[in-house]
Design a protein around this ligand. Sequence first.
Ligand code: URA
Length: 325
Amino acid sequence: MDEKSPRGSGNRTRKSGPKPGPKKAGGGTKRQSADRKRVFKRDDDEPQMRRRGDSKAGKSRGRKHEPVPIYDHEVRFDKNEPVRLNKYIAAAGVCSRREADSLIEQGKVTVNGVVIREMGQKVMVKDKILVDGQEVRPEEFVYILLNKPKNTISTTDDERDRRTVLDVIEKATGKRVYPVGRLDRNTTGLMLLTNDGELAHRLMHPSYKIRKVYQVETNMVLSDEQITALRNGVQLEDGPARAYRVDRHPVLANVIRMSIIEGRNHQVKRMISAVNAEVISLKRVIYAGLEIDDLRSGKWRSLSRKEIFQLRQLVKLLDKKTLNL
Ligand code: URA
């Protein structure tokens, strides 16, 4: 599965991405060469042809003193303010608020030893909350952007003891984080991990139409007809699927960049197979406006406050109150 995790755009589009159409290796106009730099950053998993000294995308130019927003997670747990039980549980990274409501309804939640079934119940930070007998505590949210290496699985544990993305970020945080969505074992690239249950749930929910961009190396040079078919939509066993955008690599003839909104099981591989080609390598380069940039394979970084703010805006998790306006 790509996006459906067992737990639980303003999409920043690249305004000047490469133009579609085949390009000659090594040749090209000034603009194509600028695109090449901007689009394909150095990474251990890229098919070939890396460039050194790529400038970091998204650098703010000129504006030195951007206001720093106050985030939801920094203001919500005032120890003197009651907070809704479902929000408290979601903030502990257990699940989304809606899933918390369902746990409450099923009688799986106790507050100071008393089973609570009432929706909208409020609690204080000092209360003792158990979910399924386990104490849960909201903790500061952490957001980690990983460049997932090959041969790692994106579940939290594996019965066959294979290496997971949690093993890769082992020392990133003392907190328990969860992958937002899934990537296949051999898919590389951008994976977000967080303990912010509500944000994760919304990012994976189809209604927020989160854009994912994949760099796809295929076993052949796709024809214009094959590319058009991907854009117009192909038939998969579980219904039609289309690419929101497909661009050819400015240099490598057998590499495309494909944007999709849904996150169905092996969706990119199945779409490529539906146009009678095969995926040789697959890397996610953009997720929800976040870009992998020049983060090397197996490396991670924390999201900046600005990125967290943008993500929360994208899935409508910011309001005036949480911004202290
Ligand atoms: N599509 C796939 O086929 N695999 C992935 O890992 C992600 C998207």
